[in-house]
Design a binder for this molecule. Sequence first.
Ligand code: HEM
Ligand SMILES: Cc1cc2nc3c(=O)[nH]c(=O)nc-3n(C[C@H](O)[C@H](O)[C@H](O)COP(=O)(O)O)c2cc1C
Length: 490
Amino acid sequence: MAPDRILTADEIAKHNSRQSCWVVIDGHAYDVTDFLDQHPGGSAIILRYAGKDATEEYSPVHSPGTIEKELPKDKHLGQVDLMTFLSIRKASKSPLTNATPSGPLPIEMCVNLHDISLAAQKVLPERAWTYYASASEDLHSHRRNLHDWDRILFRPRVLKNVKHVNMHRKILGFESSLPFFIAPAAMAGLGHPDGERCLVRGAKKFNIPYFVSDGSSVSHEDLAQELEREGYGGVLFYQLYAKKKKDLTIQRIHRARQLGYKALIITVDTAVMGIREEDDRYRMRQAFERGEKYIPLCGLAPLTKDDDWVLRGVHNAALDWNDLKWVKEAWGNTGPISIKGILTTEDAKIACEMGFQSIYLSNHGGRQIDSGPSGLRALLEIRRFYPDVFDKCEVLLDGGVRRSRDILKALCLGATGVGLGRPFLYALSAYGTEGVLKVIQILSDELEISMRLLGVTSLDELRPHMVNKLDLDNSIMREIPGFKNSTSKL
Ligand code: HEM
Ligand SMILES: Cc1cc2nc3c(=O)[nH]c(=O)nc-3n(C[C@H](O)[C@H](O)[C@H](O)COP(=O)(O)O)c2cc1C
């Protein structure tokens, strides 16, 4: 079929099955029938858009040029008739077009990360806000992330001469100017056309690490180039989701190595995607408004008898600790590896004993198991039952950090570095690169002030006795089979 052919929406809509599956992306129609089983994201997700416009779902997870690279030329069917296209294409708002009449706050008026989050809520299209802000089920883990920090109190010392402070910290081998980093978060392109590029620029300007998500909207090649462009410092670490196919996972690791990513973060808390009901509701409502049947991506029943059993999401539910051996081998000696999503003493010990250089305590921003502990509670548990971890492994942590005082508390308790996820997505959505710079500047200023008020001049001086954690201690396990409670040592 000639690629200059113009197709109507009705014609495309007929090809809505596994036997004949066409999709529309950016105004062009493609025959993806033969590609379904090769699609790295699985066939189910494409079948959901069979005979329809998939642009809104497609764009944030694929870098430009993916179709040209992956689909044979003859699968490009042609352009879609614009008039009929409008009837099948959902009115997708581009970022920053649905600002309220008053718009977001001028950036100068944002004094803290809460202001930035409010600004983003004002301007973000509903789909993006829902994806970024949502967490799983009843949001217990998410709320705990936000509130646990306030249950740790400082024990500030006075009259210590704190005129000069040093905020440097080595994180996974990188000499960072600040003890925090940009946590991996997929699909920054939903919030701003420059997407993850804004985050690279921020990391560069302030010389901090950016853990780039496997699900970046901008290609990893482009991000590596962005880092190389003129600027100051920064470093990129690669966050990996193991795919269902081992060879694809290995390809990703090799690509990260070639691109010069300096550390590997393996996220292990996503055997399946958590139940993010706001996200589901949004999709259901969209389907309902279009008069379509909503096909959930979850549940244990196959979508059709030909399909794989569909677990929620595209991740590899069969992954286990043994698989991490070949992941490690594929990465070689490129740099340190951190295991992200550890929440218990038992798993911390396994990771350390397997020789991983770092564990990363995180409940994925409350988006995975609900009623799991916050990264902070996991830190307290591990301190109690496996304090050796701090001699063997670098401990990173994230979840609900919105103030530098939270970072300082985590560092007092033994963390090496602390990550922030949503604040950076909100910042780039509302203000692009400027927003990302603003977040880092606010955190840097807050940190400097909090250090002085606590009575320390260097992060190396931070010790557990500088905080009072008794309020949270009561909620930490008293016994764990096979581990000794070392409370007295704390
Ligand atoms: C039309 C042709 C398509 C092509 C050529 C294609 C190609 C690819 C490729 C190469 C990947 C690997 C990830 C990467 O690029 O870094 C991928 C992943 C993915 N694709 Fe597609 N895709 C297509 C359509 C779609 C559609 C229509 C959807 C959904 C609406 C979709 C959803 C996904 C998802 C969620 C992933 C992530 C998988 C993961 O990270 O494990 N794709 N796709
Ligand atoms: C929208 C969004 C996307 C995320 N994507 C990823 C991801 O691709 N990989 C990953 O390991 N973690 C991902 N996370 C989890 C973050 O890395 C981090 O653990 C979490 O956001 C920290 O909580 P915070 O948002 O309260 O700072 C994501 C979180 C959000 C909110």
